[in-house]
Write a protein that binds this ligand. Sequence first.
Ligand code: G3P
Ligand code: CA
Length: 243
Amino acid sequence: MKKIEIIAHRGASAVCPENTMAAFERCLEQGATGIETDVQMTSDGRLVLIHDETLTRTTGAEGWVKDKTYEELRELDAGSWFNTEFAAECIPALEQLFGLIRGKNILLNLELKNGIVSYKGMEEKIVQVIRDWDLEQQVILSSFNHASLVRCKRLAPEIQTALLYMEKLYRPYDYAVKLEASALHPYKFAVTREEVAASIAQGVATHPFTVNDPEEMKAMIEMGVQGIITDVPDVLAALTAAH
Ligand code: G3P
Ligand code: CA
């Protein structure tokens, strides 16, 4: 079977609380070759890793990420909602994850969560932090906000971008080329064999999300995708190793 990127969705999110250092560390042990995570910004301009714009689901606290300072967020327990054994987990700063993956052959997919909340200066900030850590070649930025990705590309042509989308797009590979995106990150049911082939011809990769069923993984690999975003990187690693 062709080697594909095993991209752990929010880390090893099936067995650890999503987007915590425990989840990121565990997915590397499970054989992930890449990590997907969600980036938001605090009121004092720090980039932090949390999926929801609000704090309730994963910390039990009230309010929005955008309205809290970094210090306020760091007080919160981001693990107990999943299992009390993870009570020591905080909402990580982006730099903590950089520290984990720097020097390792791991792809890092940072999803800018700037669809519902418009974080002023987020693109400048993320580019600056990536450059400070010399991780331009290891990171791929994605977002459902394609204008934001175009902005990132203008600021940092050397950093790859990937277009997220839920529903089918018309000739998504042409759209990707136009927006100078390196990859398409479609919802799994928006992927077709013909579009994967056409994307390859245009030099555009396809990394569907979120694929957890082994049969669906096999179907995607057979279509020719270059990577899969999954909650169960161990399942995908075992499947690719067996073929
Ligand atoms: O990057 C793919 C996927 O993470 C997008 O959806 O809601 O899980 O961030 P969501
Ligand atoms: Ca995401």
